[in-house]
Design a protein around this ligand. Structure first.
Ligand code: FAD
Ligand code: MLT
Ligand code: ZN
Length: 447
């Protein structure tokens, strides 16, 4: 056995150092199937001490490491490159402390899934603010590392807004830990916030102290058929301005709905077909709900008040990702635009697709200006659509990543959203914490 594998085995035990390609395949290909790489091995530490030991061994051997959680990331950041790396899976770090109901906080291990965390909070009468369709696999560590958004970003903000502190292991095995949950804490750099959105390039997150919210489950789901994106953005703004707490305002179009219906075998959601749809979740009193459904722009709409009927409407939105993947390997381009530029971007996108002989399935979190542009047609290694769509977003005053991160997919285009000075400062932080560049090389920055 080579020296590194022997050292890793000494740290975590032979059972948790995986080398058989049949076993490691699930760790080396991403969820979309667009990104694949080579794992020298997959190491699965069971606690923070073992993470530190594994990173120290890799550092001694100059071995690049790719941290991985649930492997639901959509920008290729959690799988190794073709040149090979050790994959460090954090999935066994599943400690979940009792909820601190007085502070409305909890400490969770990096490998806890979002659905596990949400269920744990719910059992204490509280809610974790982040929710996403990948909830059964996506982990606390992965969602912090990508600063994941999701369907409730409109109400509670992205993952970083839930983050009060964390524990992480740096590339040289040093453990940094701040899990006290003191909200009034003004003692210098906020390392937790620095690691949020760092995509595994600064440290391996092992646990986090997270803010919880009072549970106020949505009471109403509304699906409206509309003439286009402009009407959807306008209606989203209108419902948000009414009394009643809007939790989600989600967008999809006829092309995506057709894929979902074909893949999932679902009936048409409304009496007529429409070019665009807006799905709204609200925690509203009966009076507020009545005011919402009486809006004159709701010409063709379905309203659901009980859990089963609400889930039926949500399926049209939540099943987009799997339905698109069933139609091909998509180029997943996750952009956000100022509300006033959404319509112009959408028109220009069709022109770009026509030139590339490709098609775009567009949906997303329109309440925060976030559109998921899923391009079908170009092969996995043809980046022309990525390049054209992300440039288009930047030209329209938008960002090239709203919630999925930069990963390997967009590293060469980071300059479209960040200035040279910002990138230099980010690289300086990376160099200070990981001078040998061992954590996730090729992610966020081109090496
Ligand atoms: P992984 O995919 O394993 O890793 C993602 C990144 O985080 C990689 O760069 C990896 O190196 C790093 N990382 C993982 N764990 C750690 C750790 N412990 N320490 C340091 N770095 C780490 N995303 C959204 O933002 N909003 C959505 O609504 C949403 N919906 C989705 C729906 C579906 C069906 C799918 C498949 C994906 C969706 N995603 C969404 C994308 C994905 O779920 C998120 O990016 C999520 O945060 C990834 O978590 P993960 O645990 O799977 O991380
Ligand atoms: C979503 O909002 O459903 C996700 O971000 C996943 C995707 O973009 O496919
Ligand atoms: Zn999303």
């Amino acid at each position: 056995m080579d020296a590194l594998l022997a050292e890793l085995t000494a740290v975590v035990g032979a059972e948790h150092v995986l080398t058989d390609p049949d076993v490691t395949a699930g760790y080396t290909t991403d969820w979309t199937r667009r990104f694949r790489g080579v794992a020298r091995c997959v190491v699965r530490p069971g606690d923070t001490g073992e993470v530190a030991g594994a990173l120290l061994a890799c550092a001694r051997h100059g071995q690049p490491v790719v941290p991985q959680g649930g492997n639901t990331g959509l920008v290729g950041g959690g799988v190794p490159p073709a040149g090979g790396a050790v994959v460090l899976s954090a999935r066994r770090l599943r400690t979940l402390d009792p909820v601190d109901t007085l502070a409305a906080q909890v400490t969770a291990g990096a490998g806890v899934t979002i659905s596990g965390l949400r269920a744990h909070a719910a059992a204490a009468g509280l809610e974790y603010g982040v929710d996403l369709a990948a909830r059964d696999s996506a982990t606390v560590g992965g969602t912090i590392a990508t600063n994941a958004g999701g369907i409730q970003t409109l109400r509670y903000g992205p993952t970083r807004a839930q983050l009060l502190g964390l524990e992480a292991v740096l590339a040289d095995g040093t453990v940094v830990s701040r899990l006290g949950g003191i909200q009034a804490d003004n003692t210098g750099y906020d390392l937790a916030q620095l690691l949020a959105g760092s995509e595994g390039t600064l440290g391996v997150i092992t646990a986090a102290r997270l803010r919880l919210r009072p549970a106020s489950p949505p009471t109403l789901t509304l699906l409206a058929g509309l003439p286009g994106i402009e009407a959807a953005a306008a209606l989203a703004a209108q419902v948000s301005s009414l009394p009643g707490e809007v939790r989600a305002a989600e967008y999809f179009e006829a092309a995506g709905l057709a894929l979902v219906r074909a893949h999932a075998g679902l009936p048409a959601p409304l009496t007529q077909d429409h070019p665009a749809y807006l799905l709204v979740d609200a925690a509203a009193s009966e009076d507020d709900a009545e005011r919402m459904v009486a809006l004159p722009d709701l010409r063709d709409a379905a309203v659901a008040m009980d859990a089963q009927a609400r889930a039926r409407l949500w399926a049209y939105r939540e099943r987009h990702t799997e339905s698109i993947s069933a139609a091909g390997i998509p180029h997943k381009l996750d952009v956000a635009l100022p509300a006033a530029r959404l319509a112009a971007f959408r028109v220009a996108l069709d022109e770009v697709m026509a030139k590339l002989d490709a098609r775009a399935i567009v949906f997303g979190h329109i309440g925060v200006g976030n559109l998921h542009v899923n391009v079908l047609g170009p092969g996995p290694h043809d980046d022309s659509a990525d390049d054209a769509v992300l440039r288009l977003a930047a030209e329209h005053g938008g960002t090239i990543s709203a919630e999925h991160g930069i990963g390997r997919a967009k590293a060469s285009l980071l300059h479209l959203s960040r200035s040279a000075a910002e990138i230099a400062a980010m690289r300086a932080v990376k160099h200070a914490l990981d001078p040998a560049g061992l954590l996730n090389p090729g992610v966020l920055f081109v090496p």
